[in-house]
Design a protein around this ligand. Structure first.
Ligand code: NIG
Length: 413
């Protein structure tokens, strides 16, 4: 009996951005086998496969790796947003509004919302997602969020330390987070995070949270330096966090510390625009040799979008990334922030198929654009550029190019 998996040959790739040592290959082909990339190269050299699909002369890149989202929530904060556009400042306290809506939504509604959000992310070319708890803020609700997220999302982060819920006493709440809440949630998550910021948690409280998570075997992430200078970056580097996210207000010492570390600086361009914070200094971080990731930060308070295409366009147009740098940051950069990056042979540090790269052995996560060249991501911002998305070799999203309506005559016949 032949137990070899079915192979699929994708041809008609005008420009293949591998984000691996293979660089960019024009007129390329890819073979997928058992959810992984089995072969990559020039179409003229492609071996035969069991089935073939012609992508019609389109650009292909790895699926986006969105390493920072808050997808488990209910409700909207459109009014808060509108007030901000009229001049109000963003403050952490708005998290409590989403906490109320999330607690009252019920498990079925939350599951439906999460599934819709994942489908929308796929439709935008995203194939790997991290998401956080953090809108439950009591033991039962945080546990429910973690269990739900773990059923659907690649990487789940415990963010009980998002805000001290209204009415709670801060030190008692931190005790709860590092005690009963962490014990309950830890079996369902791989990461712990803390909002180390004015109006949320102090450096000492953040340290307690992160150290408690580390004792439970969780990887560390930090929300830091979002609303002003602070301890977030320093703490993240000191404790060996995989990522410190936001980094809008960094000192030269913060940049130097990041540059000498394995901690990724994750920038969140859509959030910066939506909160009217200065854009994170992505160019400065890259120039200093810092590992940089770009993520969407999907959440109802500061960044109600999962569009990585938009974030990449913003990084190029406004943060002075080259397209290549932005694609790296939004693919293998995000994978590094989740410790899922390629460390050789298409494998990640744990020996799983790597994310965010097109290399033999890596997960067959592909983003097929509607256009021939990936530069269109910045050159034609806001246009519908995602055509198909493959997750572990499966087509998870396909979009039809719009046709001129047959019932509408040309304006000038
Ligand atoms: O990453 N900064 C903290 N957490 C979210 C926003 C949460 C909210 O306002 O609902 C963020 O921006």
């Amino acid at each position: 009996m032949n137990s070899r998996a079915q192979t699929t040959l994708l041809t008609g790739i005008s420009e293949l951005r591998t984000v691996s040592e293979l660089g960019t290959i024009n007129d390329a082909a890819v073979i997928i086998e058992d959810g992984r990339i089995a072969w990559v190269g020039a179409q003229s050299a492609a071996p035969a496969a069991d089935e073939a699909s012609d992508l019609g002369g389109r650009a292909v890149l790895p699926g986006w790796v969105d390493s920072h989202t808050h997808m488990v929530f209910a409700g909207s904060r459109a009014e808060e947003f509108e007030a901000r556009m009229a001049g109000e400042d963003y403050a952490a306290g708005g998290i409590a509004v989403t906490m109320e809506a999330t607690r009252s939504a019920g498990p079925d509604a939350l599951e439906g919302l999460l599934r819709e959000r994942i489908a929308a992310a796929h439709a935008g070319g995203t194939t790997t997602l991290e998401t956080k708890t953090g809108y439950g803020l009591d033991v039962a609700s945080e546990l429910a969020a973690a269990e739900l997220a773990a059923r659907y999302v690649d990487e789940v982060t415990f963010l009980g330390a998002h805000l001290v819920p209204p009415g709670a006493e801060t030190e008692e709440y931190v005790d709860l987070v590092v005690g009963e809440m962490l014990d309950a949630v830890a079996p369902h998550v791989g990461w712990i995070d803390v909002f180390c910021e004015r109006g949320a948690f102090t450096e000492e409280q953040s340290r307690r949270v992160l150290e408690a998570g580390r004792r439970q075997g969780l990887g560390l992430r930090v929300h830091g330096n979002q609303l002003g200078p602070g301890a977030g970056v320093r703490l993240a580097v000191e404790l060996g966090a995989a990522s410190v996210d936001h980094v809008n207000y960094v000192t030269d010492a913060d940049v130097a510390a990041l540059a000498g570390s394995e901690t990724v600086a994750t920038i969140l361009p859509a959030c910066d625009l939506s909160t009217r914070q200065p854009l994170a200094p992505g160019r400065q971080l890259l120039d200093a040799g810092v590992h940089v990731a770009i993520a969407s930060n999907l959440n109802p308070g500061t960044s109600y979008t999962s569009s990585m295409n938009f974030c990449v366009a913003t990084a190029v147009l406004q943060q002075h990334f080259t397209l290549d740098e932005a694609i790296h940051a939004a693919t293998t950069g995000g994978a590094r922030a989740l410790r899922r990056h390629d460390v050789g042979g298409g494998l990640d540090p744990q020996g799983r198929p790597a994310k965010g790269t097109i290399a033999v052995g890596a997960s067959a996560d592909l983003h097929v654009l509607t256009s021939t060249h990936a530069i269109d991501l910045a050159y034609r911002p806001g246009m519908p550029l995602t055509w198909q998305t493959y997750h572990a070799g499966e087509l998870v999203s396909a979009w039809q190019l719009p046709q001129y309506p047959t019932n509408l005559p040309p304006r000038k016949a």
